[in-house]
Design a protein around this ligand. Structure first.
Ligand code: KG4
Ligand code: ZN
Length: 309
C-alpha cells in the first residue's frame, strides 16, 4: 500500500505550526513557531498581532517542515488545515495558505475542527487507542467533555458555561504575578504548595463546568490577603479545578459504560491533573490516555492526524 503524506497546518491562536505526517500517524516533522514572547508584554494574546505574525512566518515554517521531513511539494497527497474554532484573523492566514497550496499542487484540502485535532493527538501518541472513548478537551479556549463514538463522530456531553479552564489558569497566574502564559507556571509553583485553602467548587446537574466563580474567589482572596502563600493558593486552585474535571469525566464514563478516557489540549500538560486522572486506572480499571506535552498544546501534527485518507 502506498504511504499517504499529509501536510497539516495550524494557526488558530498564537502558534504557527506546519507538520508532515505519514499515514496520519507517524510524525515526519512538526514545526511550531510560538508567539509567546511577542504577546508576553501584553499579558495575553493580541489577535491582530497574532494574525500579522502568522503571515510573516507561515512560508518559512512550511519550508522547514518539508525540509525536516525530507520531502518536496510533489510528495504531498493532501493538505489538512484547522478552520476553527479560534481567532478569526489568525485562522484566515492558515486557511488561505492551505487553499492556495491545495490549488497550486492540485491536492485535496481537508478542513479540520481544532478541537477534533486536539483529540486526534492521542492517536499519534497511542497507536492502540480506538473509539469509543471519552475525551476531556481542556485548553485555553475550550473545556469540552466529548464522547468520541468513532473517528469522526462526536457528541458533546458537557462544556464550560463561562471561562475555559486554561483561561482560569492564566488568570490565576496573573493574579499572583506569575505572568503569561500562566498554566505551566501555576503547575510548577503548585508543586511547592499544599492544597489547604478552601475555595468554591461549582457543580451542575448535567456534565457542564464553570470556572469563573473559582477564579473570582482566588482574586478576592488575594486582594484581601496579599501575603497569602502563593504556592498554597495555586495548589488549592488546581485541586478544586481538577476535582470537577475528574468527577464529571468519571460520571460520563459510568453513564456511557466506557472504559477509556483521553485527555487533550494545553491544560492536559498539567502534572497534577495527569496524576489525578491516572488514579482512575487503579480505582476503576479505566485506561487513561494523554499525549506527550508537545502534542497537548497547539500543533499541526494533531490537525494532520484528525483524518486518515
Ligand atoms: O491547547 P492550547 O495550546 O491552546 C488552545 O487551544 O487554547 O492551550 C493553551 C492553554 C493555556 O491556557 C496554557 O496556560 C495552558 O494551556 N497550559 C497549562 C499547562 N501548559 C499549558 N495549564 C496548566 N498546566 C500546564 N502545565
Ligand atoms: Zn488548542
Amino acid at each position: 500500500m502506498k504511504n499517504t503524506i499529509i501536510l497539516g497546518i495550524e494557526s488558530s491562536c498564537d502558534e504557527t505550526s506546519v507538520a508532515v505526517l505519514k499515514n496520519g500517524r507517524e510524525i515526519l516533522s512538526n514545526v511550531i513557531n510560538s508567539q509567546i514572547k511577542i504577546h508576553e508584554i501584553y499579558g495575553g494574546v493580541v489577535p491582530e498581532i497574532a494574525s500579522r505574525n502568522h503571515v510573516e512566518v507561515i512560508n518559512q515554517v512550511t519550508k522547514q517542515a518539508l525540509n525536516e521531513a525530507n520531502i518536496t511539494w510533489k510528495n504531498i497527497d493532501a493538505i489538512a488545515c484547522a478552520y476553527g474554532p479560534g481567532l478569526v484573523g489568525a485562522l484566515l492566514v492558515g486557511v488561505s495558505y492551505a487553499k492556495a497550496l491545495s490549488f497550486a499542487l492540485d491536492r485535496p484540502l481537508i478542513g479540520v475542527n481544532h478541537i477534533e485535532g486536539h483529540i486526534a493527538a492521542n492517536y499519534i501518541a497511542h497507536m492502540e487507542l480506538e473509539p469509543p472513548f471519552i475525551c476531556l478537551v481542556i485548553s485555553g479556549g475550550h473545556t469540552h467533555l466529548v464522547y468520541v463514538k468513532d473517528y469522526t463522530k462526536f457528541e458533546i456531553l458537557g462544556k464550560t458555561r463561562d471561562d475555559a479552564i486554561g483561561e482560569a489558569f492564566d488568570k490565576v497566574a496573573r493574579i499572583v504575578g506569575l505572568g503569561y502564559p500562566g498554566g505551566p507556571k501555576v503547575d510548577k509553583l503548585a508543586l511547592d504548595g499544599k492544597a489547604i485553602i478552601k475555595l468554591p467548587k461549582t457543580h451542575f446537574d448535567n456534565l457542564d463546568f464553570s470556572f469563573s466563580g473559582l477564579k473570582t474567589a482566588v482574586l478576592n482572596l488575594y486582594h484581601k490577603e496579599p501575603n497569602i502563600n502563593k504556592a498554597d493558593l495555586c495548589a488549592s486552585f488546581e485541586k478544586v479545578a481538577t476535582e470537577v474535571l475528574v468527577e464529571n469525566t468519571l460520571k460520563a464514563a459510568k453513564q456511557l459504560n466506557v472504559s477509556q478516557i483521553a485527555l487533550a489540549g494545553g491544560v492536559s500538560a498539567n502534572s497534577y491533573i495527569r496524576k489525578e486522572f491516572i488514579k482512575l486506572e487503579e480505582e476503576y480499571g479505566i485506561h487513561v490516555y494523554y499525549p506527550e506535552i508537545a502534542l497537548c498544546t497547539d500543533n499541526a501534527a494533531m490537525i494532520a492526524a484528525a483524518r486518515i485518507l
